[in-house]
Design a protein around this ligand. Structure first.
Ligand SMILES: Cc1ncc(COP(=O)(O)O)c(C=O)c1O
Length: 423
């Protein structure tokens, strides 16, 4: 086994954690030790492990159809899912193209944006603009619009790098400024860039409201509203990467709702199947879809993945949407988040905590510690206390499954305080 995002040599001293089963928000190892999954297994799990309703939906689907080629064929779960996603997303995103993981959604959107411009007679629009600290996946196209040096720099000679514009990060607000002011300053930098570069720019790609992989960097919705306005004005596509923020993570079903905008492409993955199966979806507008509608085959979007629109994954996604509807998840989460933010007050006031921040079902802060190995050390310390935390550098964050109880959230806070005391 060669593990993801890992320097394998570190496992000489830090053993892997073999997991036997999952129960709700808990992972259980072969010796019966339990770990509270405070990171939702890399941000995918929404309703806990081994959820009875998602399990039942998958069992039923197994008896009908596990998978079928999606070129030339279709099936019920993929049609139902496309219709329901289009109805739930900001209006006007009625065309669903499927992939597998998040990075494949990014690749699809980048290719689709460029190709749409080519088909519209503007082949010079071939650059992509991304935001400082962005993360959109590890494949070469996605890495080209990613701004995390540790992941990107080694592969830099292979990448078609575009421009990076300043982040609207609320922490960059100057004394006397609000988060909105910081967002406006970043929007002005974007405006200055697009004013001179729009003729060669295909799209701007953003992570709405929270830039996850660079350390749960949060910004004011004003940035998204301005980005939408500028992209429309300068004739540039807006790609909203909601791979992490989608499905309720920021407090609304999609983060874009909080800015009242509709992107040209909406990228979904991770939580879409409740953390069960790999699935990605790119929702696009009539305008984009129309650019490909032609007698010439080469003007179609000829991109494909073998498991595009996998029936089991789509069925899991439908079960997830049922849970959102039947359990009024967004409204219930709002009251949970209020209680949990209050419960985190002692942690927020800890002497080692800087920039405590919260949006929806994400809590994060930067730890004041000199330890060069802080992230690994903290992971091991939390694990010893029965909590799965996976800091990003010195940023500790909680992104739990929505189903954890008040007691379980308290346990995460208390374990984190203990770890900070020991730091
Ligand atoms: C915003 C964002 N985009 C894209 C990706 C890539 O998704 P995947 O890891 O499924 O390829 C991630 C993964 O963390 C992400 O957070």
């Amino acid at each position: 086994m060669w593990h993801p995002c890992t320097q394998m040599k570190q496992h000489e001293t830090l053993p892997l954690v073999p997991i036997a089963r999952g129960e709700g928000a808990w992972l259980v190892d072969f010796d019966g030790r339990r770990y509270l999954d405070a990171v939702s297994s890399w941000w995918v799990n929404l309703f806990g492990h081994s959820h009875p309703r998602i399990n039942a939906a998958l069992r039923a689907q197994l008896d009908d159809l596990e998978h079928v080629i999606l070129a030339g064929f279709t099936h019920r779960p993929v049609v139902e899912l496309s219709e329901r996603l289009a109805a739930l997303a900001p209006p006007g995103l009625g065309h669903a193209f499927y992939g597998s993981d998040g990075a494949s959604a990014t690749e699809i959107a980048l290719k689709m944006s460029f190709h749409a411009w080519v088909n519209r007679g503007q082949p010079g629009k071939r650059e992509f603009v991304s935001v400082a600290g962005s993360y959109h996946g590890e494949t070469l196209g996605a890495l080209a619009v990613t701004d995390v040096p540790l992941f990107r720099d080694t592969y830099a000679p292979l990448l078609h790098r575009g421009a990076t514009v300043p982040s609207p990060d609320a922490r960059l607000a100057r004394p006397g400024e609000s988060a909105r002011d910081a967002a406006e300053r970043a929007a002005q930098a974007l405006e200055a860039h697009l004013a001179t570069q729009h003729a060669t720019t295909a799209a701007l790609i953003v992570e709405p409201l929270v830039q996850g992989a660079s350390g749960m960097v949060m910004h004011d919705p004003h940035y998204l509203a301005r980005a939408r306005e500028l992209c429309t004005h300068f004739g540039v596509h807006l790609i909203a990467d909601e791979i992490m923020t989608g499905f309720g993570r920021t407090g609304t079903l999609f983060a874009c709702e909080q800015a009242g905008i509709r992107p040209d492409f909406l990228l979904l993955s991770k939580g879409i199947t409740g953390g069960y199966l790999p699935l990605a979806c790119v929702l696009a507008t009539d305008e984009v879809y129309g650019a490909f509608w032609h007698d010439d085959v080469a003007r179609g979007f000829l991109h494909s993945h073998s498991y595009t629109g996998n029936a089991l994954a789509c069925r899991a996604a439908l079960a997830v949407l049922d849970i959102f509807r039947d359990d009024d998840v967004i409204a219930v989460n709002r009251t949970k988040a209020e209680r949990w933010t209050a419960r985190a007050a002692a942690l927020a006031g800890h002497a080692r905590v800087r920039n405590f921040r919260h949006r929806g079902m994400i809590w994060a802060f930067d730890a004041d510690s000199e330890r060069p190995d802080f992230a690994r050390w903290c992971f091991a310390q939390a694990l010893a206390r029965g909590v799965l935390l996976r800091p990003i550098g010195r940023t500790i964050y909680f992104m739990p499954p929505y189903v954890i109880t008040d007691e379980e959230f308290g346990l995460i806070c208390d374990a984190t305080v203990e770890v900070l005391d020991a730091a």
